[in-house]
Design a protein around this ligand. Structure first.
Ligand code: NAD
Ligand code: TYD
Length: 368
């Protein structure tokens, strides 16, 4: 029987990629997106599925419990994939309140709605699934020789963002344990790919280069992240929805640890190479250093470090591999090159999201 999904935060980076992925692979399913369209939400990211017969967009906040209950019941939704969140660590440092309100309060509101409809309403809850999309940042920071995070690594969140996601993870666990809600959780490493808002490291560096701006690298640039292409993340969530155990948590990672400096240098290398091979790029982006043959890496600028900056994240993804047969498929250099290609082909998308509120965030944060 076709599944009927509620996707929260489906107009954001990973949510939009997930909706594209899901409808391409499950064209007969129903996918209802609920998104509050904050600064990070963009209907342009869903343009490709707008006319799909199974797709519906609802402009609402996950904290509107009555609205969510109405949707779950009226649409007979049997699966929730919960992406909606405030997601940027730097913004959580500048102002933690919305992170607590949305990531903890919003997740709790959703859980209450799902419990009311699935467990106390139709009584068909056993056939349903609430999947919560979380982050490796709940586990804290690793030293250079520490083993990667497993699903049993104790939580030690360091930023308000990470703490708010950890709080949400605990609530999902509690609703499973106490009320028998069928749940699953995935804790994933850093994603990159299309539709990524240009406040995060990789898209920020790509658009900054195209516009001839500096590439800000925090501290010594030797912090390490484990990078995963967003398409692989979507496949990982799909495998959990298909075959994952109710009540389980699965780590998803890319087996791809890179320092921030390595990542920024790789972006510079790809852009140098692309511009050298295509004269038209220099005409479209005359302010990009590569347009005049200047090495992009000359624009790397070391700036003040992020307060409380986690040094290293790394994922041990043995559980999802052994239980569900899931492995990431996109190799980092190929994925990064394709991502840069996507930004070159979708200039209208990124220019549209870089509005006055974007500029005031960027100018305020990097001037501090
Ligand atoms: P994003 O910031 O790009 O998108 C978040 C989306 O949620 C936006 O469309 C926004 O409008 C929506 N939203 C925010 N508050 C809302 C509310 N109150 N009600 C309804 N919608 C709301 O985030 P992302 O990078 O796509 O991350 C999606 C999820 O994945 C988040 O839960 C995040 O914690 C998690 N995650 C992200 C990464 C990553 O590398 N980006 C890694 C692991 C986990
Ligand atoms: P980010 O993309 O914000 O993801 P997260 O904080 O969730 O890992 O940052 C990735 C890494 O890049 C992180 O170590 C912080 C660093 N960084 C910079 O060095 N410069 C920047 O301008 C940004 C946004 C991040």
């Amino acid at each position: 029987m076709p599944a009927r999904l509620l996707v929260t935060g489906g107009a954001g980076f990973i949510g939009a990629n997930f909706v594209h992925h899901w409808l391409a692979r499950h064209p007969d399913d129903r996918v209802v997106v609920v998104d509050a369209l904050t600064y990070a939400g963009n209907l342009g990211s869903l343009e490709g599925v707008r006319t799909h017969p199974g797709f519906r967009f609802v402009h609402a906040d996950i904290r509107e419990q009555q609205t969510i209950e109405g949707l779950l019941a009226d649409e007979r939704l049997d699966t929730v994939v919960h992406f909606a969140a405030e997601s940027h660590v730097d913004r959580s440092i500048a102002g933690p309140d919305p992170f607590i309100d949305v990531n903890i309060g919003g997740t709790h509101s959703l859980l209450k709605a799902v419990r009311a409809v699935w467990l106390e309403g139709t009584g068909e809850g056993a056939e349903c699934r609430f999947h919560h999309v979380s982050t490796d940042e709940v586990y804290g920071s690793l030293g250079p020789d520490d083993p990667p995070f497993t699903e049993t690594t104790p939580f030690a969140p360091n930023s308000p963002y990470a703490a708010s996601k950890a709080g949400a993870d605990h609530l999902v666990r509690a609703y499973h344990h106490t009320y028998g809600l069928p749940t699953s959780v995935s804790n994933c490493s850093n994603n990159y790919g299309p539709y990524h808002f240009p406040e995060k490291l990789i898209p920020l560096c790509i658009v900054n280069l195209l516009l001839g701006r500096e590439l800000p690298v925090y501290g010594d640039g030797l912090q390490v992240r484990d990078w995963l292409h967003v398409e692989d993340h979507c496949r990982g969530i799909e495998s959990i929805l298909d075959r994952g155990r109710s009540g389980a948590t699965y780590n998803i990672g890319g087996n791809c640890e890179r320092s921030n400096l390595e990542v920024v240098q790789a972006i510079c290398h790809h852009v140098d190479h692309l511009f050298a091979g295509r004269e038209s790029l220099g005409q479209r982006f005359p302010d990009c250093p590569a347009a005049t043959g200047e090495p992009c890496a000359d624009r790397i600028t070391m700036v003040r470090d992020r307060p409380g900056h986690d040094r290293r994240y790394a994922i041990d993804a043995a559980l999802i591999s052994a239980e569900l047969g899931y492995e990431p498929g996109v190799e980092f250099d190929a994925g990064l090159s394709a991502t840069i290609g996507w930004y070159l082909e979708h200039e209208a998308w990124w220019r549209a999201v870089m509005d006055d509120s974007y500029r005031s965030w960027i100018d305020g944060w990097y001037e501090k």
